[in-house]
Design a protein around this ligand. Structure first.
Ligand code: NDP
Length: 279
């Protein structure tokens, strides 16, 4: 199989375009699931304090015997830690739970634009975190265009990535285009809409023609659009299936056809109104 492609972020750090997502991987299953992914060949793991499974990711990393620099690890700042001092503490806790001394990428998980802490303050703490060397790159997640614009206008550093919901039923073009224009890489979360796109007749037709599954066609579509993806599965055969994306191609026509399936249908919360803060 051909190799996983990479993307160079705006600060020169390189990220594998395909990774393994860990949202809803139960903590007690995380070590084995991540070990399976590493065995299959994934070298990029996406986790978060909110998922409660950073320890399992760290255990898998250790047990795999892989060199730290060979696996790209992303974690995220939880919603309760948006104040500067809390953010600085939170990265230390994530690093301790993961059993590593540096993250590759650390993201503000949600902008929480309606709470009493301004995400610009939080972003300034993220810049401090990058400067301290505790993460090689920093970015955001679920930021809309006005949120990104404020970071560009009011601080000294553009996020390396914006991790947002993207799949054929929510193509999120406006936010992606803003990212492309400002050299902020787009990471597509829920890349197969947690399974909701897999029975789509158009995707099935393309899958049949290219001799692949609808999941593979959908993930390949993201790759050809230049986004970074990390499908989640606890099923070994699917972990393998989702990794086999680099030995076939979709036509430009297929890529356009799949984008035309958009119906602005979210599987997750709306970032403009989501305000959940754990107590
Ligand atoms: P995905 O779109 O990756 O879908 C995961 C679901 O699809 C699971 O139920 C899985 O089942 C199933 N599945 C996976 N592969 C296949 C396949 N080949 N065929 C059929 N079914 C399949 O959803 P996620 O929401 O998990 O998104 C991926 C990652 O994105 C997350 O794990 C997380 O890392 C990140 N994320 C980030 C968010 C943010 O706010 N920043 C929000 C949501 C996700 P099973 O496991 O049972 O095999």
């Amino acid at each position: 199989m051909s190799e996983v492609s990479t993307i160079t972020l705006n600060n020169g750090v390189t990220i594998p375009q395909l990774g393994y997502g860990t949202y809803q991987v139960p903590p007690e299953q995380t070590k084995d699931a991540v070990l399976a992914a590493l065995e299959v060949g994934y070298r990029h793991i996406d986790t978060a304090e909110m998922y409660g499974n950073e320890r399992g990711v760290g255990e898998a990393l250790k047990e795999s015997g892989l060199a730290r620099e060979d696996v790209f690890i992303t974690s995220k700042l939880n919603n309760g830690y948006h104040r500067r001092d809390d953010a600085l503490r939170a990265i230390d806790e994530s690093l301790a739970d993961l059993g590593i001394d540096q993250l590759d990428l650390f993201l503000i998980h949600w902008p929480l634009p309606t709470i009493d802490v301004d995400y610009v303050e939080t972003w300034k703490a993220m810049i401090e975190i990058q400067e301290s060397g505790k993460s090689r790159a920093v970015g955001v997640s679920n930021f809309q265009v006005p949120h990104l614009q404020r970071l560009l206008d009011e601080t000294s550093l553009a996020p390396a990535v914006n991790q947002i919901e993207v799949h054929p039923y929510l193509t999120n073009e406006e936010v992606r285009a803003f990212g492309a224009q400002h050299n902020i890489a787009t990471e597509a979360w829920s890349p197969i809409a947690q399974g909701a796109v897999l029975d789509d007749p158009t995707l099935k037709e393309i899958a049949e023609r290219v001799g692949r599954t609808t999941a593979q066609v959908t993930l390949r579509w993201h790759i050809q659009r230049g986004d970074i993806v990390f499908p989640k599965s606890v099923t070994r055969s699917r972990i393998e299936e989702n990794f086999a994306l680099f030995d076939f191609e979709l036509t430009d026509e297929d890529v356009k056809t799949i984008a035309s399936l958009n119906k602005d249908q979210r599987t997750g919360p709306d970032p403009d109104t989501f305000d959940y803060v754990p107590r």
